[in-house]
Design a protein around this ligand. Structure first.
Ligand SMILES: Cc1ncc(COP(=O)(O)O)c(C=O)c1O
Length: 378
């Protein structure tokens, strides 16, 4: 089945009991057993497994071309479970020099207290990653592409080769691209993680996360730890996410088309110093993005000539772009990463430029979006 078909059908056969076409929300914590140990379909308790969550997990595994997926209460819960499954005290993980601020905070403030260290490496510099890997022998390499919020593109096949060359696993945070635009497992990555809060859910109405793997041994360990630590997606959250996933392809096409027009307009605007969008031929990761991605995504960042105050002021002047954190929903959002999503990375190697504005370009009419940005830029 092709992607669009899988998004609507994988894991979503009509309900065997009633024929309901849409996967029901199984709001139950437990399941009747037919005699001790006599579970129906293996369901015994909803932390361990729930049919609505299972439908989402089957669908996500299919969309990323993995074998197993695990749905969590948030992207951060997925990251935490994954790292604690794979790493042990004494391990050091290379993370991108411009990773999502929350990922940085997890490593910097939580995991270091449990003996898992991290090193920031500019992962567009493959030699730097290779040097780090040969010196520190990490158990895993953590990457994002495109990165949040600077939209850098890393060479996923090359990073996979470096990781495997030193016995490590490559983990890709695929939140910004979504599986419709990029499938890291097809390029040699071992594990994909998502904040499903973003494009997969797509409607800014649910927080969730996911891990997708292609190795049954890793799947077994993750299933154990997902149940043991318990930060699972609830049935209604899983249902909302699954409903969003059905329209991922059509939404992404429109996000990309609108973002391309926004990036082109910003590139010509006198108030804008630099536009960061992998679809622009001048972007340093453009060629790689052409190879790895179906299209260039709905996120656009840019820097203002007049600096931080101009960036902050612009964020307060848009009428259609809502000032807010998060991304990937149908409605357009604007934010100031240095003071909002990436405030936790302030004064660290991951601090973002203060004159940077990040847009999550929604699927509204592109002319309306351009008009709003023009009036806000002044
Ligand atoms: C790239 C990326 N990864 C992970 C996360 C964390 O996901 P969540 O907010 O669902 O916990 C985010 C959230 O913004 C993100 O942008």
């Amino acid at each position: 089945m092709n992607f669009e078909t899988q998004a609507i059908h994988a894991g979503q056969d009509p309900d065997p009991l009633t024929g309901a076409v849409v996967t029901p929300v199984y709001l139950t914590s437990t399941y009747k057993q037919d005699g001790v140990g006599g579970t129906r379909g293996g369901y015994e308790y909803s932390r361990t497994a729930n049919p609505t969550r299972a439908a989402l997990e089957t669908c996500l595994a299919a969309l990323e071309n993995g074998t197993h997926a695990f749905a969590f209460a948030s992207g951060m819960a997925a990251e935490d479970c994954l790292i604690r499954t794979l790493c042990r005290p004494g391990d050091t993980v290379p993370i991108p020099g411009d990773a999502y601020g929350g990922t940085f905070r997890l490593f910097d403030k939580v995991l270091t207290t449990w003996g898992v260290e991290y090193g920031t490496v500019r992962q567009t510099d493959l030699q730097a990653v290779a040097d780090f890997a040969s010196q520190r022998r990490p158990r895993l390499i953590w990457t994002e592409s495109p990165t949040n919020p600077l939209l850098s593109i890393v060479d996923i096949p090359a990073l996979a080769e470096i990781a495997h060359g030193c016995g490590a696993l490559l983990v890709v945070d695929n939140t910004f691209a979504s599986p419709y635009l990029q499938r890291p497992l097809d390029f040699g990555a071992d594990i994909v993680i998502h904040s499903t809060t973003k494009y997969l859910g797509g409607h800014s109405d649910v927080v969730g996360g996911a891990i997708v793997v292609k190795d049954p041994g890793q799947a077994k360990d993750l299933a154990f730890n997902q149940n043991a630590t318990g930060a699972v997606a609830g049935p209604f959250d899983a249902w909302l996410t699954l409903r969003g996933v059905k329209t991922l392809a059509v939404r992404m096409d429109r996000h990309c088309a609108n973002a391309a027009r926004v990036a082109a307009m910003l590139g010509e605007h006198p108030a804008v110093a630099e536009v960061l969008y992998p679809g622009l031929p001048g972007h340093p990761g453009h060629e790689l993005a052409v190879k790895q991605m179906r299209d260039f995504g709905g996120m656009v960042s840019f820097r203002l000539r007049d600096g931080e105050e101009a960036a902050v002021a612009m964020c307060g002047r848009t009428r259609l772009f809502t000032l807010g954190e998060s991304l990937g929903g149908v409605e357009s959002l604007i934010e100031h990463p240095a003071r909002m999503t990436h405030a936790s990375a302030a004064e660290s190697p991951l601090a973002v430029p203060p004159d940077l504005v990040r847009l999550s370009v929604g699927i509204e009419d592109a002319d309306d979006l351009l008009a709003d940005l023009r009036q806000a830029l002044g």
